[in-house]
Design a protein around this ligand. Structure first.
Ligand code: GLC
Length: 531
């Protein structure tokens, strides 16, 4: 790994959705001891850091994104002792650990909210966002919850509405109140002092709302197949100018410690996204770049445009990052199919910037269809058809009953194909998606050109093929990705004469190639080390 770059620049992050990764006690829900048991696997795979979705005390209305105690571990996941053991075991293997900070809202069962709703005079009242009813008794404005329905719920006892951009059980904190800020900063310090290597920060671009809470304007292009909250443009409930000052404060807390990283969850077009690096690179280290997650048409021209527009928009010194999937989005294999998912994996692991992988994508897991009676995601319950359970199905470790995930009844259904598509089977198969992923991770680790080198697009003359060069000193690697279902024959003699195949999405090709006549099979991607 590079000595000139920080660990989070040269490394690869792996997201664990803890409920679904590994159960150790047979209750059908993953836990911290389960993760400890899989650290050797993650080391073998070759990732550098894990980000664990929330493990804090929670009534689980949004499966941990509704926090009732920011410095406690939910018994579903284990104990603080288990967490300390996980941190120690991960660090002993050279793996960094990132937690998920959820500062926008708490659970309605958090003592702060319990106090706040006790009376209008409560010292905690202003920690949340309360408003009187509109003259007709309805909500104070037209804002919609991301999960469906209004973003306001009425509190009978005190006669006011409280704001919740997500579930009614997730009241939004009032980040204009300095006491709220101080409390969350202390939460950060609690975990950073323990040795946590940083945070992924939940919906960071929503922390501050417009002070007047004006109605959001209608989105005239909305169609009924889209999520209901898109009926309105999110003009006043997110991405407010004052949020940047708050993020700079959050960064200053992280800066009290060495080499920690902040990754901000921000869904936004690149032009706006890059503002979250901060004017002096003093906001989040990595504003999550979801432009490959939201990309609808996967083709060479579209992907090249995503990559180049991002590269153009990045501020000087702003470190890039790439993502293909997470616990809120349909899985890449289901979005694009398996051949292209392999190509996408090569793309993710050879682009410039820090990749974040989602558990299970390394074996090509698909979204698992969830029968209506087993839907548990609050978004799926409030906006039927838009739930996120399918991408949260248990990890497929082996072909045994329970897929090696649990000895009990899994909290979400296992994929039908787990007996065939699983880690153990793919580990034995040198051409599997898992073998490809591991090989690409190894290549990335060994080649400075890939992990920290420069990027330049290469014209291929074929609209199905996207190609680029990654370079570091004398090392030059060419990546050529054929998004087409037809073979491609390219003349890339402009970048060199000869090279050696160092990676191939089909895992069956190595050896020399002539760049004047470079052949790619349908959906094939190659990494070629140039002479
Ligand atoms: C983020 C999380 C999502 C959660 C929401 C509310 O988008 O990734 O899972 O439901 O925030 O916390």
């Amino acid at each position: 790994m590079s000595k000139t770059h920080l660990w989070w620049q040269a490394g690869v992050v792996y997201q664990i959705y803890p409920r679904s990764f590994q159960d150790s006690d047979g209750d059908g829900v993953g836990d911290l001891r389960g993760i400890i048991g899989r650290l050797d696997y993650l080391g073998w795979l070759g990732v550098d850091a894990i980000w664990i979705s929330p493990i804090y005390t929670s009534p689980m209305a949004d499966f941990g994104y509704d926090v009732a105690d920011y410095t406690g571990v939910d018994p579903t996941f284990g104990t603080m002792g288990d967490f300390d053991a996980l941190l120690e075991a991960a660090h002993a293997r050279g793996l960094r650990v990132l937690l998920d900070l959820v500062p926008n809202h708490t659970s309605d069962e958090h003592p702060w909210f319990v106090e706040a709703r006790a009376s209008r005079q409560s010292a905690y009242r202003d920690w949340y966002i309360w408003r009187d009813p509109a003259p007709d008794g309805g909500p104070p404005n037209n804002w919609l919850s991301y999960f469906g329905g209004p973003a306001w719920s009425f509190d009978e006892a005190t006669g006011q509405y409280y704001l919740h951009l997500f579930d009614p059980k997730q009241p939004d904190l009032n980040w204009r109140n300095p006491d709220v800020r101080a409390a969350i900063y202390d939460v950060m310090r609690f975990w950073l002092r323990k040795g946590v290597d940083g945070f992924r920060i939940d919906v960071i671009w929503m922390l501050i709302k417009h002070p007047d809470l004006p109605d959001n304007p209608p989105e005239l292009t909305w169609t009924p197949d889209q999520k209901p909250h898109y009926r309105l443009k999110h003009v006043y409930d997110q991405h407010q100018p004052e949020v940047h000052e708050v993020i700079r404060e959050i960064r200053a807390v992280a800066n009290e410690f060495d080499e920690r990283v902040l990754i901000g969850e921000i869904y936004m077009p690149v032009e706006d996204l890059v503002a979250y690096y901060g004017p002096q690179l003093d906001e989040v280290h990595l504003p999550f770049n979801f432009n490959l997650v939201t990309l609808k048409e996967w083709g060479a021209v579209a992907v090249r445009e995503v990559v180049e527009s991002y590269e153009r928009a990045l501020p000087d010194g702003g470190w890039p990052n790439w993502v293909l999937g997470n616990h809120d989005q349909p899985r890449i294999a289901s979005r694009v199919g398996h051949p292209l998912a392999r190509l996408a994996q090569m793309l993710l692991l050879t682009l410039r910037g820090t990749p974040t992988m989602y558990y299970g994508d390394e074996i090509g897991m698909e979204d698992v269809p969830i029968p209506p009676e087993r839907v548990v995601d609050p978004e799926g319950l409030r906006s039927p058809g838009h739930g996120r359970d399918p991408e949260r199905a248990p990890m497929q470790w082996d072909g045994e009953l329970g897929a090696g995930f649990t000895t009990g009844e899994p909290w979400l259904p296992l994929a039908d194909d787990y007996a065939l598509r699983n880690m153990a089977a793919q580990r034995e198969n040198p051409r599997s998606m898992l073998s490809l992923t591991r090989h690409l991770l190894e290549l990335r680790r060994m080649a400075p050109a890939l992990c920290v080198g420069d990027y330049a697009s290469v014209d291929t003359g074929d609209h199905h093929v996207f190609a680029y060069l990654r370079t570091s000193g004398p090392q030059r690697l060419l990546v050529a990705l054929n998004f087409g279902a037809v073979p491609a024959q390219l003349d890339l003699s402009a970048v060199g004469t000869r090279g050696t195949v160092a990676g191939c999405t089909y895992m069956d090709h190595s050896g020399p190639v002539e760049l004047a006549a470079l052949e790619l099979r349908p959906h094939e991607g190659l990494v070629v080390a140039l002479e």
